[in-house]
Design a protein around this ligand. Sequence first.
Ligand SMILES: [Zn+2]
Length: 202
Amino acid sequence: MIEIADGIFVRRHTELDLTLGLVVGSGDALLVDSGMDPALARQVRPSRIVLTHNHFDHVLATEAFLPCEVWAHEDCVVDDSLLDDRAKYYDEPFEGSLVAPTHTFRDTVTLDVGGRRVDLHHFGPAHTSHDVVVHVPDAGVVFAGDLVEQGAPAQAGPDATPANWRHVLDLMLELDPRIVVPGHGEPVDARFVREMAIPAAT
Ligand SMILES: [Zn+2]
């Protein structure tokens, strides 16, 4: 875990270059995506996980952190269909249980993480139908999920809406973030997001 701002950490993974986030308040913590490594649950005990979207690499380890609240957009479906996608990357079967969101929202919701304000936003479809942007205003940090990737092009699968992607990024940049944490790769700045290429529909 690397501290990128006061009480804001990222955990980088060689596996798929995945990036998870942790927001720490007074006696409380919120994890941004559960990822694929249950061992992380031995280091951090968040009271909440926010799933940025339902792609398998962002959600498979949720079970390891229970009990905790699992937040996501109301259209975020976590079911066995995710495992079909995982099977394209990994031969061995997934051992564990998928955990569906316990708390959902539509447009925006504000959470209190140990006295610290954290806003969840959905700005419309882009990488998926239900992308969540996590904003920590006091730190100027935004967790963008796979709306942004560093080190590799952003990815548009069959569930993406590339035509709306730039609009969603523009709304995210209106939060005026100092640091944008991508779903894969190293943290970037607003300029990187303004200049990044939007993937074509596949
Ligand atoms: Zn994704």
